[in-house]
Design a protein around this ligand. Sequence first.
Ligand code: AMP
Length: 424
Amino acid sequence: MKILILGSGGREHALAWAVKRSPRVTEVVCAPGNGGMAEIARCVPVNLKDVAAMVALVEAEQPALTIVGPELPLSLGIVDELQRRGQRVFGPTRAGAMLESSKGFAKRFLQRHKIPTANYAVCTTVAEIERAIDLFHPPIVVKADGLHAGKGVIICDSRHAAIETAEELLSGRLLGEKESHIIFEEFLTGDEISFLCLSDGKNVLPLVPAQDHKRIGEGDAGPNTGGMGVYSTDQMLEPAMTEWLLRHIAEPTVRGMAEEGTPFVGVLYCGLMMTPRGPEVLEFNARFGDPETQAILLRLESDLVDVLEACVDGTLAETNLRWSAGASACVVASSAGYPGSYKTGLPITGLADAERVPGVQVFHAGSSRTAEGEILTGGGRVLGVTAAAPTLEEALARAYEAMEKIHFDGIYYRRDIGHRALKK
Ligand code: AMP
């Protein structure tokens, strides 16, 4: 069977690598793909903001299954459009994706369904902002409603700063575009954890947990990025806690979406804070995380295509997932200057040597491949060097051993991925 994957990052490279391992798959097409995906699949150009172009591509290719990687095409309704034309597609509809694309929708949904989350207020005007602010004590979290690739969350240390930030979000001064809604939120403390589940619209199946490192600098310092590394271990969540998260967060979310007439099919990514009063939802994503997926899929022993088809077909209740015991880690190599401006088009060497380290896969986040087969840098985050091993220490040692074999001008990576887990 033929599989088509929409996207061009490390997550999509990991998805392509995982579906390629399925004995049922004869061809993988990536749109637009990247230099790493070009080595294992056919890449065809497409604009991920252009629903009509994506639909035309899928109709021309006629894959047995389309997998949508990033949030933008989901929020634009690519799944609705493909379903309407009888195409099989993995991912939520536009209404399902609102759990991610509108934080205001997500907060109200959580409240309606009594799912634990921080106290909040949604405001649309300056008058509402001024009325709501008295209910919050600093630090106050101010969030833009829409998709902003991690830039829409600002933590303010006074009411005055929170009002100013909220007004700047509404007026468009802060993010360039006007926000119709802003959210004030109570500041939560604790360990963060990413709890990803598959859903077929009725049933929920958890993936192994993961923990990412968002900041550019070691010790989790400096500006936010798309993610500089991630790790996954069996010890991160006790079985009783997994059960609790399913019963009180993931299952009520999927049930609530179905009751509201917008069943959620796809990956429900619950960003959680393990607060002293219990786990609370910080955010939902409506798709596989990046770079969480790289570390998670390296541990998956089941056939990913069977699993994703079970979601599309509504048969997840009959599905079990097999995982390699132990741990995995993904260390991201970025371009000098990232998350600010950076150069692209720089030659990358040592990739084959890196992949000879046992248990290692290098997933490309931003790269291109020339006609001669040379791999060049093509983004801020360039590579995710990912390793699986029986322990986290070994997985990290393998990832770093492989990373040392890779070179491009200005390569940067954090040397402390997993430090919090190792300390414990
Ligand atoms: P979000 O996109 O909503 O997950 O927010 C991005 C990051 O901001 C999270 O991963 C947290 O580190 C932080 N954050 C968001 N909401 C809160 C909150 N209510 N309290 C503390 N930190 C938060």
